[in-house]
Design a protein around this ligand. Structure first.
Ligand code: G3H
Ligand code: 13P
Ligand code: ZN
Length: 306
């Protein structure tokens, strides 16, 4: 099946009241884990590559991912995560991406609108759809920032104005989540009222970044196998389920895959110190990542939608 524009997958998700995962990849094994999970669950999926992933893998990585995704029997989009410039988005489009994020959320609104609109014009001309962001991600407790100092939650009226002026197709919102494995103390606070108000004003699919669940059992296994991850916390799956009913359609997950990968590699090396065949180390890590992706697809409600 050819790769689809991101909006084709996400508009169906928002209309159908389910969420679709955008899972970050950096190599062949992660990509296989994502695609095999999507096939097993009959789920649409977005495969995301960051600029860091492109730097790590070079141009050959997206070529590999495009080839692998083309063989999928479920809808797949290839997405640039956190594109930092017009040039970066154009490069991704040339490499075969069908969805790009232009992240100017750290800039003033006028600059964010202007740069997003430039990317939208170029991307739409070749059938690629665009994610933008307004607000700054960070963990909050009620309205007090606890995970990232410069967090600014997305203001609904600003988001509405931004979407009208920029022409973006889907919007990343800051509603209490943050990137990484430490999202704040206890159960991070998610501002559901804010999601509802933004969704009331904006018909487009909304995007939740920093959505990893950071499963406590995986973190415990990681630490038992020699890892040292303290103060780990993620987004409760009930908050993700609720957010999907409120208008979140794209749910970004990277950290959970990193944790699954590293946990399994550590366990294999701990339990089998004589092992040195990379396939015997990376194979189990790939299975663990697939398990995590499948669990996430069930939580998002995308299982059985393809
Ligand atoms: O939001 C960021 C993603 O987790 C990608 O991270 O830039 O280290 O590849 P990265
Ligand atoms: P996590 O760090 O919670 O996995 O978020 C990933 C993300 O938002 C990628 O854009
Ligand atoms: Zn992100």
């Amino acid at each position: 099946m050819p790769l689809l524009p991101g909006l084709d997958i996400l508009a169906a998700a928002r209309a159908g009241g389910y969420g679709v995962g955008a899972f970050n990849t950096n190599d062949m094994e992660i990509t296989q884990a994502i695609l095999q999970a999507a096939e097993a669950k009959r789920s649409p999926v977005l495969i995301a590559l960051s600029e860091g992933a492109l730097k790590y893998g070079g141009d050959i990585l997206p070529k590999l991912v495009v080839e692998m995704a083309r063989d999928a029997s479920v809808p797949v989009a290839l997405h640039l995560d956190h594109g930092s410039s017009f040039a970066s988005c154009l490069r991704a489009i040339r490499l075969g991406f069908t969805s790009v994020m232009i992240d100017m959320s750290h800039e003033e609104e006028a600059v964010n609108v202007r740069e997003t609109a430039r990317v939208v014009e170029a991307a739409h001309a070749v059938g690629v759809t665009v994610e933008a962001e307004i607000g700054r991600l960070g963990g909050v407790e009620e309205h007090v920032v606890v995970a990232e100092e410069d967090a600014i939650l997305t203001k609904p009226e600003e988001a509405e104005r931004f979407m009208e002026q920029s022409g973006a197709d889907y919007l990343a919102v800051a509603i209490g989540t943050s990137h990484g494995a430490n999202k704040g103390k206890g159960r991070p606070y998610i501002d559901h009222e804010r999601i509802v108000e933004i969704a009331r004003r904006i018909p487009n699919p909304l995007v939740m970044h920093g959505a990893s669940g950071v499963p406590a059992d995986v973190v415990a296994r990681l630490n038992a196998a020699g890892g040292e991850l303290a103060d780990a916390s993620g987004i409760h799956e009930d908050d993700v389920r609720k957010a999907v009913t409120e208008g979140i359609a794209k749910i970004n997950t990277d950290t959970d895959l990193r944790l699954a990968f590293t946990t399994r590699v550590r366990e294999v090396l701990r339990d089998d110190p004589k092992q040195f065949d990379p396939r015997k180390i990376l194979g189990p890590a790939r299975e663990e990542m697939q398990r995590i992706v499948e669990e996430r697809m069930d939580v998002f409600g995308s299982s059985g939608r393809a």
